[in-house]
Design a protein around this ligand. Structure first.
Ligand SMILES: [Zn+2]
Ligand SMILES: [Zn+2]
Length: 313
């Protein structure tokens, strides 16, 4: 059904095989661009908050990780936020590039050249905050190939009223016929003390080792989920007795509702306002894919990556 980006369900990767969850933020700025704290202060902030990994994605230029100190079990992913031209009519692009080694003059390059150049370096390119940037997926993103996935939530953009890009995500999968993984990031610019755009959006990744390569590979495979609070413990999908119906079983931290967002339309699970930690429910017959949004009592959300349902029928 789906042409590429065959995704992995992180919840079937067992502890006994050495898999662990790591918490990280893949989009942050320092005084190397328009952030208000030094690169080292930015790293220290995320270390002190118990994160496992961080990417300092300063605008246009790499902040080289060998200039920074961190505990041995804290992973720094070397990256940058790159801003190629947008020849398709929308605003200039915002791409988060992970695991890159060399700077490039992205502002003078077409977006496809930037994606290709990052990938040639062994890196991974992600569509950042399309809702905030006014990106129209059909116009601005569909002409491009090679993007790894999308930033479904961005704390800084939430501060500007456009934090969530879930509809862009759905549009992109619908138009392309591909499943894309997502991440949630702070895009931190401020200082900790401002409590504005730090430590509020993160991505949980399921890996066997803490290396930048292992983390980025798992992100690209979708072995992750995004969150602004809720924890997802498990998601299992199985064929129901009815023909072409799939049943979902979700375990999570206390939730008020779960949206199962399908390739068209969707399903909502709730218990009439009562909080719950497990949910088993059927999805709309004949759906092609599903992703889940778990909503905490305070409105914070977690976003699973999409699952291909066609193989289950
Ligand atoms: Zn940006
Ligand atoms: Zn940014």
């Amino acid at each position: 059904m789906y042409r590429q980006n065959e995704l992995v369900n992180p919840f079937v990767l067992p502890d006994v095989n050495g898999y662990m969850w790591l918490k990280g933020n893949l989009h942050a700025h320092s005084t190397n661009s328009d952030g208000r704290v030094s690169p080292q202060e930015r790293v220290d902030g995320y270390v002190n908050r118990g994160y496992d990994y961080l990417c300092l994605s300063d605008h246009d230029n790499i902040t080289f990780v060998n200039t920074l100190t961190r505990p041995e079990n804290f992973t720094l992913i070397q990256g940058a936020e790159l801003h190629p031209d947008n020849p398709f009519g929308g605003d200039r692009h915002h791409f988060v590039a992970l695991n890159i080694a060399e700077d490039m003059d992205a502002r003078s390059m077409p977006p496809q050249h930037v994606i290709d150049a990052v990938k040639k370096q062994g890196g991974s390119v992600w569509l950042a905050h399309p809702h905030w940037s006014g990106i129209n997926i059909l116009r601005d993103t569909m002409p491009l190939t090679g993007l790894a996935g999308i930033e479904v939530f961005n704390t800084t953009c939430r501060c500007a009223g456009r934090g969530e890009s879930a509809v862009h995500w759905d549009d992109w999968m619908d138009l392309s016929g591909q499943l894309f993984p997502a991440m949630a990031n702070d895009d931190a610019h401020g200082a900790d003390s401002e409590e504005r755009d730090t430590y509020q959006g993160w991505t949980m990744v399921r890996v066997k080792e803490r290396s930048p390569a292992a983390i980025v590979e798992a992100l690209e495979l979708g072995a992750s989920y995004s969150s602004t609070g809720p924890i997802i413990f498990d998601i299992q999908l199985r064929r129901a007795e009815e023909k072409r119906v799939v049943e979902a079983a979700v375990k999570c931290s206390p939730a008020q509702r779960i949206a199962a967002v399908l390739d068209s339309r969707g399903t909502e699970y709730h218990e009439g306002g009562k909080l719950f930690e497990t949910a088993t429910f059927k999805l709309r017959p004949n759906s092609k894919h599903v992703r889940f949004e778990i909503v905490a009592p305070n409105g914070n959300k977690a976003w699973s990556n999409p699952f291909d349902l066609t193989a289950l029928y």
